[in-house]
Design a protein around this ligand. Structure first.
Ligand SMILES: C[S@@+](CC[C@H](N)C(=O)[O-])C[C@H]1O[C@@H](n2cnc3c(N)ncnc32)[C@H](O)[C@@H]1O
Length: 397
């Protein structure tokens, strides 16, 4: 049985803006859904508006699968399998530059709650809602048929699953256990630990920014890569032609991955430092060190609205220290992956960080096409990457 939910007048205005989530407070239950958790959304007068997935525990109660009064899926499982096929097909052209990409990007591929990342012949998936989790027995065989992977691993340990009443777990769904897989991106090889690596194993959303850093480094110079993880930026800087690269991370296991990758790619001139970026930057300033290019890619400082004020202070302090460390003419590639630090908030705090200096904003670098940013869905626009150029200004420290 398909569930039926009536939208309030306020909810209707929100829905009409194009956002794909509907909150519990805006809904009245007319008919509860069966275990497939498929629901029909109707307007205040009962007119059909959309098909949606139902989440019994989350405040985000409905996620839109298809807008319009249409009849919806004749058969839910083949409907979902077809969407997975379309998503995989859309990534085929990427094979020219990489065999590591996001194959399914949740709402971006009209498959809310589903993430599928590919690293060569290994797939790492995340099921973020009970609806999509219930369809795993369709999704996994479809991926196997399309890609014949060596392993499909579910990294279902993201904390947001708790809000959906789902357990945190890591489960081998297909194939044999692969503890390390190497993938290629623009001529560089990177190791990924699918079980223990951060996120699903690699920050695939920074591919265009890594390309930009490689081009910038072709001018040579001394580069600092803060929060390097497995060295995605650091190794591109070395490959591009940097004279030296200093790669910093607080995590020893990340720096070990970087060293493995450096050796495999036969690159030199990359020094690793295990340190906290905040205190390390202060030390560099006190020592009077200067750089020609800096990458600052910290973890999400604001994971909720409550954390925004603290995050703002943290981002401002780090960015100011980076700008102070640059030689005139030097560049800073600065990132924030916190959705709650909005694009305008992030840009404003960069202005605050630059006070007393003349800094040019060379613009935002968007995530790659496989990480789909949807208009009308600000949550998909979480990654902000700005390229700044220091023209001149005081360099205290
Ligand atoms: C968003 S990831 C960086 C991704 C990386 N730039 C890449 O392209 O693969 C953030 C990194 O910051 C590191 N980190 C977290 N807190 C830190 C701190 N206080 N100082 C230095 N590194 C930190 C984490 O270990 C993680 O590797």
């Amino acid at each position: 049985m398909v569930g039926v939910y009536r939208l309030s007048k306020k909810g209707l205005r929100w829905f009409q803006k194009g956002h794909p989530w509907i909150f519990r407070d805006d809904l009245e239950e007319i008919e509860a859904p069966d275990r497939d958790l498929l629901a029909r959304l109707v307007d205040p007068s009962g007119k059909p508006l959309a098909w949606a997935s139902y989440s019994p525990h989350s405040k985000i109660t409905l996620r839109i699968l298809e807008r319009g009064p249409g009849d919806g899926p004749a058969e839910l499982r083949s409907w979902i399998a077809e969407r997975v096929r379309q998503a995989v097909e859309a990534r085929r052209p990427l094979a020219r530059e990489t065999n590591g990409c996001r194959l399914v990007s949740s709402e971006g591929d009209a498959l809310p709650g589903l993430i599928v990342d590919r690293f060569a012949d290994v797939l790492v998936v995340q099921f973020m809602t009970p609806f999509i989790q219930g369809l795993a027995t369709t999704i996994v065989p479809t991926l196997v048929e399309l890609l014949e992977p060596r392993m499909i691993l579910a990294r279902n340990n993201a904390k947001v699953r708790r809000l959906e009443g789902l357990p945190l777990e890591i489960t081998l769904l297909h194939g044999t256990r692969v503890e390390k897989v190497w993938f290629e991106e623009n001529g560089l090889s990177f190791p990924v630990d699918p079980f223990l690596g951060q996120k699903t194993g690699f920050f695939l959303d920074q591919r265009p920014a890594r390309g930009r850093v490689r081009a910038l480094a072709s001018a040579g110079g001394e580069i600092l890569d803060l929060c390097t993880y497995s060295g995605g930026f650091a190794l591109n800087a070395a490959k591009g032609g940097a004279e030296s690269v200093l790669a910093v991370d607080v995590s020893k296991s990340s720096l070990d991955l970087l060293e493995e990758a450096r050796l495999a790619n036969e690159l030199s001139g990359v020094e690793r430092v295990e340190a906290n970026a905040f205190s390390f930057l202060k030390d560099l300033l006190e020592e009077g060190r200067r750089f020609d290019g800096i990458i600052l890619d910290p973890p999400a400082f604001a994971r909720s609205k409550r954390e925004v004020e603290g995050a703002k202070r943290g981002y401002t302090k780090l960015n100011r220290r980076c700008l102070q460390l640059l030689r005139p003419g030097g560049w800073l590639l600065t990132c924030s992956c916190s959705y709650h630090a909005t694009p305008s908030l992030f840009r404003n705090l960069l202005g605050e960080a630059a006070r007393g200096m003349r800094v040019q904003d060379l613009g935002r670098i968007p995530p790659p096409e496989d990480h789909r940013v949807l208009l009308g869905f600000p949550e998909s626009d979480y990654l902000k990457v700005h390229l700044l150029k220091k023209l001149d200004g005081a360099q205290p420290g």
